[in-house]
Design a protein around this ligand. Sequence first.
Ligand code: SF4
Length: 543
Amino acid sequence: MTTPSAGRPQQAGARHHGQWALGHRDPLNPNERFKKAEDPLLIRRRVEEIYARQGFASIPPDDLRGRLRWWGLYTQRRQGIDGGRTAVLAPEELDDEYFMLRVRVDGGQLDLTQLRTIADLSTRYGRDTADITDRQNIQLHWVRIEDVPEIWRRLEAVGLSTTEACGDCPRVIVGSPVAGVSQDEVVDATPAVREIVDRFVGDPELSNLPRKFKTTVGWLPDGPYETNDLAFLGAVHPVHGPGFDVRVGGGLSTAPRLAERLGVWVPLDEVPEVWLAVVRLFREHGYRRLRNRARLKFLVADWGVERFRQVLEEEFLGRPLREGPAPALPPVPLDHIGVHHQKDGRHYVGVAPLAGRVSGTCLAALADIAELHGSQRIRLTPYQKLLVLDVADPEPLVRDLRDVGLEAEPSSWRRSTMACTGIEYCKLAIVETKGRAAQLVHELEKRLPETKAEITVNLNGCPNACARTQVADIGLKGQLVAGPGGHQVEGFQVHLGGGLALAGNGSPGFGRKLRGLKTTAEELPGYVETLTRRYLAGRADVT
Ligand code: SF4
């Protein structure tokens, strides 16, 4: 492993990138400064002993808007600030005294005790808010700093945490929601997910990365593996058998890139070792000067995968990796909605909350219903959906879930619409998203009730693309647009045809961003309706 050295001289020409591997340890931007000044993981005691006792006003700016993220806490947007002021107000003017708290659910796997704990924390401390994110986390809102130590204590008592749920560190490890139960799975990757989390989440050696680091590990391609920094996807080697193909350098936001194959095959027990090597490479060589060029994808783009693999093998693994085949990919993404057979003869049932929005009350009801029908296991999906596993007789369960708004036979619109947090709570947002998504789904269910085509619609409140603008069939990027009277109103720029379903060629691609293609938020249902009717008119095989 390359050891960063504070004493090494800066090399000419390297200043632009600021990699630790080249000897740069001088902070190159404000985020690098607060990370170097103190490891964000160390502030936990300060939260418990000072901030929780003395209140919001006692939190200094570097902790408030910086280090607290390593513990899953973001200040939420002050209510009533419109999107037009997002870019012009100072950060402190946008801050509310309440927090969003992100609970990491690695692999999306929850037992009922964990689910009930989150549900109770939501109703007790989060005004009954709970959103399932598109990375299998659960986010609560309206959390007070005074309540955070008790929330941590309760989460950790049941094996959950908010450690490194946000920040420049290894984020939640996304896994297949049907790991261990799917009939199509050859290897359950859960042991690798668990080992990575148990050994490395909260490790101070990995808590100062250039930027966030997103991983997915799963046999099935049923998550956004192509938009992760690092992805392990099931592949069968002709000699060595089942293992994992490795991709690096995916990411959306500005300058979107799909992860590229390294061309290697890794057995299950080597996944954590290879994961660690890639993270260390990123820590050492990743760019630290400009925040918007700091994700791993920029290094991969500059180096190319051949050089990336060579440095990985020579400097960080100390051995070559085996050549490997490409994984088999399905023609359309797998979202697991509906009733499905498990490999043990029981069933799993996938239900679709509206754009990931649930509540503590809803999650508590889900736990009771699951238990009543013999299940002890729940899974979250990276499409903001929920699965109940291990059900012997699914039909009564489906009926009971419907009664609490969790639909196993949703309209194609409810099934295929996602939304990021948006202006309700997010300080970067320009437009509202969750409410718009609900309104859009209800309108389209009325206007196009028979539609069977799964047209994915992803609503995003700003260019950051947290709900994956560029890989939806209809990707919506929030911005202000000209309204009827020439006034600026909430609206969206439209990216078309990014998902697998419309591409139809089995390979993912980015939606085309068409400059003139914009809609006001008000006109969005009509816009999507027109687009869909035109699309369906060109395809006789679906309605
Ligand atoms: Fe916030 Fe923008 Fe991400 Fe939406 S896409 S959650 S508005 S940063």
